[in-house]
Design a protein around this ligand. Structure first.
Ligand SMILES: [Cu+2]
Length: 249
């Protein structure tokens, strides 16, 4: 298992009040690209991201308690988005400040343009490394391609919106398969599907061959390569209902 990429995004964790980066040729080329494309909403307002626990007050206000910080923001966006994600650790991207009157100057507002749930609770036992890993999983995947190595699916976990297609490519030199059917698995418990979804299987995939499937039913899918299941060749697909978990303003 190669672990070399895990440290690359360390600087991306939490960036309240992030400085504008000048276009240095040598350092950190990638992260700035995404931001510059979206920076036209509020003049002077730089898009920033936070990780934190989303809670709802008795009055129904959405608050973000920033991870490993005393900072609290009142979140603004679609109420549905917040009620679906209450008491979860979330990754929010958006803008500081608001056009609305600030009710409590000690609690600044944060206008959410995008929200990704990253951990289904707000346990204090979560480490920043785990948060970072979860954020990377959430944000890294834009297209559903899974490469099949000698004994692994890469990425092992892929996150999609409902209706998207996953393509598995056998990029190794050995035969594999993709099995999301408990009755075909070596160990039934290795395969799990959301209720309402249909089992699937690719048949044998020789080196160079591929298989694809569209995922319409939201939920978590655990699948295996039955030829290497006992050696740990397992994968996970998380299919999200986009209208609930993602808000584009
Ligand atoms: Cu295999």
């Amino acid at each position: 298992m190669p672990g070399g990429n895990n440290t690359v995004q360390a600087g991306n964790m939490e960036m309240p009040g992030m400085m504008h980066m000048q276009g240095h040729d040598s350092a950190m080329p990638a992260p700035a690209n995404k931001r510059s494309a979206e920076g036209s909403k509020a003049p002077g307002a730089a898009e920033v991201s936070f990780n934190g626990c989303l809670t709802l007050t008795a009055e129904g206000r959405a608050m973000l308690n920033v991870f490993q910080s005393r900072k609290v923001y009142r979140l603004e966006a679609q109420p549905l988005l917040f009620s679906q994600n209450a008491n979860r650790m979330v990754h929010v991207t958006g803008y500081l400040g608001s056009v609305l009157a600030v009710e409590d100057p000690r609690v600044p507002s944060f206008v959410v343009s995008r929200l990704d749930p990253i951990v289904p609770n707000c346990s204090g036992k979560i480490t920043s490394a785990q948060i970072q890993q979860a954020v990377m999983k959430q944000t890294a995947v834009t297209q559903g391609v899974v490469n099949m190595g000698d004994l692994s699916f890469t990425p092992q976990t892929i996150i999609l919106n409902a209706g998207q297609r996953v393509v598995w490519r056998n990029t190794s030199s050995v035969t594999h398969n993709v099995i999301g059917d408990p009755s075909q698995a070596v160990n039934r418990v290795d395969v799990k599907l959301p209720s309402g979804s249909r089992p699937f299987g690719s048949g044998y995939l020789q080196p160079g061959q591929s298989f694809s499937r569209v995922f319409d039913v939201p939920g978590t899918y655990q699948y295996v390569c039955t030829l290497h299941e006992n050696l740990g060749m397992k994968g996970v697909i998380i299919v999200k209902a986009p209208q609930i978990l993602r808000a584009e303003k």
